[in-house]
Design a protein around this ligand. Structure first.
Ligand code: F0G
Length: 360
């Protein structure tokens, strides 16, 4: 039989730097591009959701971790390290284990979702909770990688961007061309950099070749309002948002994110936590897609742009939702006013159950 072989093997010809490296894979990529009927109707465009929560560790990071860990294996690395708001650490821990390497992770204490913490521990990472935010963790990780024999697998590692660009290839493979607009959450800004690289490379392929796009999309990136350095034009010392995945005040790929924005005639804007939670609720309750709050920033941005009348009617729009809802499920268990949702209790009795379901 046939199964998806992971992004390195599926896109071998478009990942030249990976040639000759051992392939460390958990079968990442090949995630569904889901046509979003409710969102399409609502915003008057053709909206598709790239559901990256369906990667092996539940986020898009796996695309870049298969490549980063494979490159590390090629150089004989025995240990890797990363700073993380949670997903990178979960992914690094899993792929390092797969490769027989040790993995150190630096996370901001008290600011990463429970599911992600559990993953890093389950995969045997050496977890250090740092008394600081993500930006402090990244500074620390860089210092350790410079001074000790340990490979840095944050998105400042070029192999990460190479792997993550394959998501743009997959979008083009499904739609037959690039979309008009691509919406993404922005944190450390590696992913918007990677998508833009993937789209540019696809548009630069020779005419008639497989996977060629006739155009590049406008890149629309969305930061959380309390952690929006790129929007503000300066670093944010104490970033704050309920979307812990993107709680970042000084993105490593800032310059590349500006290039993606400007070269694509796109934008990078901010969405509030209220907008994020509304989008989080809508995409799960209207589309059947469960994401973590940080991922809902792309949907929140789409809705905001619709409210501003900025979405051309009938445009093809792709929104990437970056991580699975099970990573951080607490947000689904509260109603819009923040109160806990109470399940209805019933005895073992069909009539009572039927009444509770509104069937009687
Ligand atoms: N969405 C999720 C679910 C993330 O975990 C991240 C980043 C982003 C979006 C933003 O992507 O950083 O490439 O702009 N998470 C990193 C981490 C920082 O440590 O897991 P970006």
């Amino acid at each position: 039989g046939h199964q998806w072989r992971g992004v390195i093997r599926e896109y071998a010809d478009r990942l030249p730097t990976l040639q000759g490296a051992p392939v460390v894979t958990l079968g990442e990529g090949g995630t569904p591009l889901i046509h979003a009927e409710w969102l399409s109707d609502y915003v008057g465009a053709d909206v598709h959701v790239k559901f990256e929560g369906l990667n092996p560790t539940g986020s898009f990071k796996d695309r870049g971790m298969t490549t980063a860990i494979s490159m590390a294996a090629k150089t004989g690395a025995k240990a890797v390290i990363c700073a993380s708001t949670g997903n990178t650490s979960a992914s690094a821990a899993a792929y390092a284990t797969k490769a027989g390497m040790t993995c150190g992770v630096l996370v901001p204490e008290g600011k990463i979702a429970m599911g992600k913490l559990a993953q890093a521990i389950a995969h045997g990472a050496q977890l250090l909770q740092v008394d600081g935010n993500f930006d402090d963790c990244l500074t620390l990780a860089r210092k350790l990688a410079e001074a000790y024999p340990i490979e840095l697998v944050n998105s400042v590692n070029p192999a990460r961007i190479e792997g993550q660009k394959t998501a743009a290839f997959e979008v083009i493979d499904v739609l037959g061309d690039a979309p008009d607009i691509h919406c993404l959450p922005v944190g450390n800004a590696g992913n918007i950099t990677a998508y833009w690289k993937g789209y540019r490379e696809s548009a630069a392929l020779p005419t008639e070749s497989d996977g060629r796009a006739s155009k590049t999309p406008r890149m629309w990136g969305f930061q959380a309002a309390g952690a929006a350095p790129i929007v503000l034009g300066h670093p944010v010392d104490e970033p704050d948002t309920i979307a812990t995945a993107i709680r970042i005040g000084n993105p490593a790929s800032w310059t590349q994110a500006l290039a993606a924005r400007d070269e694509s005639s796109g934008l990078i804007d901010a969405v509030t936590d209220e907008q994020i939670l509304r989008a989080h609720h809508l995409i799960s309750s209207k589309e059947g897609i469960f994401v973590e709050p940080g991922s809902a920033a792309s949907i929140a941005g789409l809705l905001m742009m619709h409210e501003r009348g900025e979405i051309p009617s009938g445009a093809t729009v792709v929104c990437t939702v970056t991580g699975h809802g099970l990573k951080d499920p607490d947000w689904a268990l509260r109603d819009s006013s923040g109160r806990p949702v109470q399940p209805t209790k019933v005895p073992v009795d069909a009539v009572t159950a039927a009444r509770a379901l509104g069937l009687e």
